[in-house]
Design a protein around this ligand. Structure first.
Ligand code: ZN
Length: 105
C-alpha cells in the first residue's frame, strides 16, 4: 500500500507484477543502449571491448534490481491513467503479502 494515499500497489489481479517487469525490461534495455552509445562515443576509434562488455554485463545484472521499485510505480501510474482508481483499490489486500509470513493454524 502507498503510505501516502493508501492505494494498493497491486491492483487486484494475479500476475500484476508482469507489467512492472515489462517496464523494468524496457528501462534496462534503454539504459544498456544509452551506456553502450556513450562508451563508444567516448572511446572511439579504439573502444575497449572487453571492459565495455563486462561493465555492461554487470550493469545489466544490477540495474533491474535497483530500478524495480520505480518500474513498479511507473507501471502503476500508467495503469491508473488507463483504469482510474476505484474504492476496491483502497481496500485491504485480498490475499496476504508474500513478504509477510503466514500465521500457523
Ligand atoms: Zn499514493
Amino acid at each position: 500500500m502507498c503510505p501516502s494515499c493508501g492505494i494498493r500497489l497491486a491492483r487486484g489481479e494475479r500476475g500484476y507484477w508482469l507489467g512492472a517487469y515489462f517496464v523494468n525490461l524496457m528501462a534496462v534495455e534503454t539504459l544498456f543502449a544509452g551506456l553502450l552509445g556513450v562508451a563508444l562515443w567516448w572511446t572511439w576509434p579504439t573502444p575497449p571491448w572487453e571492459a565495455i562488455k563486462w561493465t555492461l554485463a554487470a550493469a545489466m545484472v544490477v540495474f533491474p534490481f535497483l530500478l524495480y521499485p520505480w518500474s513498479h510505480t511507473l507501471f502503476l501510474a500508467f495503469d491508473l491513467l488507463m483504469r482510474p482508481p476505484t474504492a476496491e483499490d483502497f481496500a485491504a489486500p485480498p490475499e496476504p503479502s508474500p513478504a509477510v509470513p503466514r500465521r500457523r493454524r
